[in-house]
Design a protein. Structure first.
Length: 133
């Protein structure tokens, strides 16, 4: 997702506030996952501490949104689906993950056009991660 996010010709990374914006988005995402009862299925496939997951998602989103390719520099090609095969990801997990991401996005990113540009690709990515049912 490195194309322009809006008619202003900026990357989604820049449009949501660069490093600080991505960190706020990811922090809120994991706060929601850790507290929303509706996120139980997604939370259950994560380790007890979300710190490592939060850092990796920050690094991944940084590059995916058009910023520094932190994840690729550190770990190589994301191969997200392969890296998540250890976790059973079905519809309940996908729905819970999307609830957290969409809520965090709505709360952290004030620009509706940027959110609307990101959502289809985020939803496609979430569905792609499914590996059961």
């Amino acid at each position: 997702m490195t194309e322009s996010a809006s008619e202003h010709g900026t990357t989604p990374y820049a449009a949501i506030g660069g490093e600080d914006g991505v960190r706020r988005l990811v922090a809120r995402f994991y706060q929601l996952m850790d507290t929303l009862p509706e996120a139980k299925a997604a939370r259950a496939i994560h380790p007890p501490s979300l710190e490592g997951s939060e850092q990796k998602l920050f690094e991944y989103l940084s590059g995916w949104l058009g910023g520094p390719p932190l994840y690729v520099s550190k770990y190589g090609h994301p191969r997200l689906r392969a890296r998540h095969l250890h976790a059973a990801i079905g519809e309940p997990e996908i729905v819970a993950w999307l609830l957290c991401f969409e809520t965090a996005l709505a709360e952290v990113v004030p620009d509706e056009a940027v959110r609307e540009a990101m959502l289809p690709q985020v939803r496609q990515l979430a569905v792609h991660m499914g590996n059961r049912g």
